[in-house]
Write a protein that binds this ligand. Structure first.
Ligand SMILES: [Zn+2]
Length: 95
């Protein structure tokens, strides 16, 4: 699963920092080839809105699923603290 560091992690779509209070989602590493145009989005933390409006979203998700990984629009942070505790789940990808 991608690591998230407030004030350090940048969204690969808009190249802006991903703030601690900003809605975000994450993906596990699944593309080995560094020359692949989607490689830098593999193992990434991405602003949720950036991802949802991303032109390559469909292709990316198709390949993510094909790699045996799961992601749904419910996989995002931060959630309301109560929800996080109840579900015990952080955003997508394998640990
Ligand atoms: Zn962004």
């Amino acid at each position: 699963m991608a690591l998230y560091h407030p004030g350090v992690t940048k969204c690969p779509i808009c190249n802006q920092l991903v703030g601690a209070s900003q809605k975000r989602t994450g993906f596990s590493h699944f593309i080995e080839d560094e020359n692949d145009p989607l490689w830098r989005f593999s193992d990434a933390v991405i602003h949720y809105d950036c991802f949802m409006n991303w032109e390559s979203k469909e292709e990316y998700l198709k390949r993510y699923m094909a790699a045996g990984l799961k992601w749904t629009p419910e996989y995002y942070e931060p959630k309301i603290a109560l929800n996080v505790k109840k579900k015990g789940r952080i955003y997508g990808g394998k640990l």
